[in-house]
Each structure stands twice: as C-alpha cells, then as structure tokens.
Design a binder for this molecule. Structure first.
Ligand code: DC
Length: 230
C-alpha cells in the first residue's frame, strides 16, 4: 500500500481513539501522539496551581510555560505512552476524575489551543505519525493524507469508560459517566474555536458493537484504502 505520512484520528470522548490510534501506530511503526493528553496536562497543572479553568489569560500563560513531553511507555503498567509534565511522570494523574471534570473548559481557551497546536504541528513535521484528538483533521493537520472520525453512541462510550476504570480499580456509576460524557460532548462540539466535528474528507467509522480488533481492522482498511464492507 502507499503509506501515508500522517494519519489523523478524531472523535468524541470514549470512542476508542487512544486504543485504536496506538495500535494503528504500532502496526505501521509510526509515532503515536494523543493530543488529548496535552490538554489534560494543562488541566492538571491548573488544578495543582489553583488556577480557575475559565481564567483564559492565566491558563494561556501556564500553557506557554509548561514542558509537556509524550513518548513511549517508560513503565509496564498498561499505559500506552508516558506523559511528562516539567519532567515528572503524570501519565495516570491526567486521567483523574478532577481532570476529566475541567479539561474541556481548559481546552476551549483559544490561546491554550494555539500553543498546543504549534507543538503538535512541529511533531507532525517529522512525519510518520498517527495523531488523535478532536480537531486534527480539521485544524491541526488539514492536509493529513488519511482522516478517520471514530465514533460510538454515548451509551456505548459510557459502558467502555466504566470497564476501563474498573480495570484500574476505580468505581463510578454508568449513569454518572454517561452524564459526564454528554457534558463533554456538548462543550467540545459547541465551542467556538476548533469544535469537535468530522472533517469533510474524513471517513466515519462507527464502533458500536465492534471489538477492538474489529474497529482496528476498519481503521486499517481506511488507511490502506481498502473498500469497507457495508
Ligand atoms: O481525548 P481526551 O478525552 O483525553 O481529551 C481531553 C479533552 O481535551 C477533551 O475534553 C477535549 C480536549 N481535546 C481537544 O480539545 N482537542 C484535541 N485535539 C484533543 C483533546
């Protein structure tokens, strides 16, 4: 197959972008960048410094100062990648319920996005990358050779999130998780800057009822430009 230099995978929270994106990158031997982790790192730093997630100017200043590095796993504890914030490992801290709660607010600050997008483009410039997020195909890499919009119903995404948390020994009710997913969908898709939406040239892959393997196969079909069975 003709290998694309850049693969953009977008979609709502819990659609399986990180899991599928990491597997696609592994299969192709590409770098994997989960851009959500960058916004999460900013949100975590804001929490730790007591910065209000709606305080745009302070968040922007913070985003400019932080050193966020995402690379291959440094510990074998189920992580798909390691996230360093100013040199400290925050891979699991950025997944806390507190971060979940405020990350969409931090991610809607336009200048915070500018800082992140600039870093994301610099990483993509090196080529051979699978980048996942909300606005990769629309804003960050509008010229990406392959664009996938991975999605699933809110109920399915809440179910997956419950399983994922349970596997880490954390218990949250499905109802609570569903409410949070719907709230984040709303914030992510209604914001004025770079809202969550499929790029016009993205191929939509619905993953309800599909196993990870089946979803991975569909995404690889898109990347390899094989016909997708209906
Ligand atoms: O994919 P995730 O749940 O880890 O993303 C965390 C938040 O970051 C999510 O609420 C939306 C935001 N985000 C974004 O605005 N743009 C991206 N490219 C990636 C994530």
């Amino acid at each position: 197959m003709a290998t694309p230099r850049t693969v953009a995978i977008d979609g709502p929270a819990g659609a399986g972008k990180s899991t599928i994106g990491a597997l696609v990158a592994e299969r192709l031997g590409y770098t994997f960048l989960d851009t959500g982790a960058m916004y999460r790192a900013v949100a975590l730093a804001a929490l730790r410094r007591g910065i209000d997630p709606d305080d745009g100017p302070r968040l922007t200043e913070l985003a400019r100062q932080l050193r966020i590095a995402i690379g291959p796993p440094t510990v074998r504890d189920g992580r798909a990648y390691t996230v360093l914030l100013d040199g400290a490992d925050v891979t699991w801290d950025i997944r806390s319920p507190e971060v979940d709660r405020i990350v969409s607010q931090a991610a809607r600050v336009p200048f915070v996005r500018d800082v992140m997008v600039e870093q994301q483009r610099a990483i993509a410039d090196r080529g051979r990358i699978v980048m996942v997020g909300r606005d990769i195909g629309t804003v960050v890499l509008p010229n990406a050779e392959r664009k996938v919009f991975l999605t699933a119903s809110a109920a399915e995404r809440a179910r997956r999130r419950e399983e994922e948390l349970a596997a880490r020994g954390e218990k949250r009710t499905r109802q609570d998780l569903l409410a949070e997913i719907l709230r984040r969908d709303e914030l992510d898709s209604k914001r004025t800057v770079a809202p969550l939406r499929a790029a016009d040239d993205a191929i939509v892959v619905e993953t309800d009822g599909l196993s990870v393997r089946e979803a991975l196969d569909r995404v690889l079909q898109v990347i390899e430009r094989r016909p997708i069975p209906s």
